[in-house]
Design a protein around this ligand. Structure first.
Ligand SMILES: NC(=O)C1=CN([C@@H]2O[C@H](COP(=O)(O)OP(=O)(O)OC[C@H]3O[C@@H](n4cnc5c(N)ncnc54)[C@H](OP(=O)(O)O)[C@@H]3O)[C@@H](O)[C@H]2O)C=CC1
Ligand SMILES: CCCCCC(=O)/C=C/[C@@H]1[C@@H](C/C=C\CCCC(=O)O)[C@@H](O)C[C@H]1O
Length: 329
């Protein structure tokens, strides 16, 4: 009999999440049926979408949803062998049972030199978000000038490095001087701390006086109102995330996008990475190759201990994470 520890949503968040909104429970898992697999979480992912998603799709008392790299500890499914590692959507839990349909075995062979937690970051969903958002939505070409915000994060750092591989000039913004120094170290042409620049409008203009061909937006809100007005003619905007709005209690009204979009003939498109699930292998293979070749660098922010999951989640939402936020069991 396996007892799983599970983090649940005790109260729906009101504004920024609080420690008291989460509750740790213990659940007894049933015996495996034919076709099922028992998994133990090894690394859990901390992702911004968990904030808006929980509000929209969870009831109070439900398990927090999320993904992990997990080890198969018992199997009644011939496809999954004990000891293998898979990426799963098991939620915030130490153990869980799967029928195998939502499991993705790690790309093989997985290089010994790389941590398997990268399957939740640079060589996982956030890396794929950067890859498809950049190549399919921004449609970058060599010589383009690209702007990305939340640039030192899981998605943003890959966006900037892929854009450099594609021959772009890359401007990145992040929320601390340490993050900005890192962006320069991994090859960003220009980087600044959006919290300390004073005028974001001037900082963006200084970084690229001729404006931007592509804007990969992870932040939304006021930042985007300002960035949108510095797009070049026929610019492309990938609306990937809007983390500056996820904790808002009420819908905000902002300056409206139509006028700059018309004058500059912009193309602005929102996307969810799962649109390209049928090209997942292609994306992972490319990302893995670039990481192995050293063309894409990675940084992980690892918190230890399942009991610290809510604190690590809230820290990530505040910007405490330096690189992909991960919890190690
Ligand atoms: N469309 C899709 O399919 C997907 C979208 N996303 C989106 O991509 C974005 C980045 O995700 P991910 O890379 O995993 O997360 P990150 O690793 O970038 O972590 C979140 C970061 O957001 C930044 N941030 C927090 N609050 C604000 C704010 N008010 N203004 C500006 N920046 C803020 C912080 O960085 P800083 O210190 O720089 O402020 C923080 O570190 C999110 O919006 C997410 O929802 C992610 C995956 C898939
Ligand atoms: C306003 C929410 C924006 C979330 C952007 C983001 O980070 C997406 C991440 C996806 C995530 C999907 C989560 C929520 C989308 C809800 C759509 C719905 O059908 O209800 C999850 O699939 C992992 C990332 O692909």
């Amino acid at each position: 009999m396996v007892k799983a520890k599970v983090w649940t949503l005790k109260n729906h968040f009101q504004g920024f999440p609080k420690a008291s909104d989460f509750e740790l429970k213990e659940v007894e898992l049933p015996k495996l049926k034919d076709g099922e697999v028992l998994l133990a979480s090894v690394f859990l992912s901390l992702d911004p979408y968990m904030r808006p998603y929980s509000q929209k799709s969870l009831k109070e008392g439900d398990k927090m949803m999320g993904s992990q790299v997990a080890r198969i500890v018992e199997s009644k499914n011939p496809t999954y062998h004990i000891g293998a590692f898979a990426v799963a959507n098991g939620g915030w839990t130490t153990h869980f049972i799967s029928d195998g349909k939502d499991l993705q075995l790690l790309p093989t062979p997985w290089p010994e030199t790389l941590p398997i937690s990268l399957a939740l970051g640079t060589i996982g969903m956030p890396g794929l978000t950067a890859y498809f958002g950049l190549f399919e939505i921004c449609r970058i070409k060599s010589g383009d000038i690209l702007l990305v915000n939340s640039a030192a994060g899981a998605v943003g750092a890959v966006v900037g490095q892929l854009a450099k591989i594609g021959g772009c000039k890359v401007v990145g913004c992040a929320g601390s001087d340490k993050k900005v120094a890192y962006l320069k170290q991994i090859g960003f042409d220009e980087a600044f701390n959006y919290k300390t620049v004073g005028s974001l409008e001037e900082a963006l203009r200084k970084a690229s006086p001729s404006g931007y061909d592509c804007y990969f937006d992870n932040v939304g809100g006021e930042f985007s109102d300002i960035a949108l007005r510095q797009m070049k003619k026929y610019g492309r905007i990938a609306v990937c995330g809007a983390i500056s709005l996820y904790n808002d209690e009420e819908l905000q009204k902002g300056p409206y996008v139509q006028v700059p979009m018309i004058y500059q003939e912009l193309c602005m498109e929102g996307f969810i990475v799962s649109r390209w699930n049928n090209r997942r292998e292609e994306g992972l293979k490319a990302l893995l190759k670039w990481v192995v070749e050293g063309k894409i660098k990675y940084h992980e922010d690892v918190t230890e201990g399942f009991e610290n999951m809510p604190a690590a989640f809230m820290g990530m939402l505040k910007g405490d994470n330096f690189g992909k936020a991960i919890l190690k069991m």
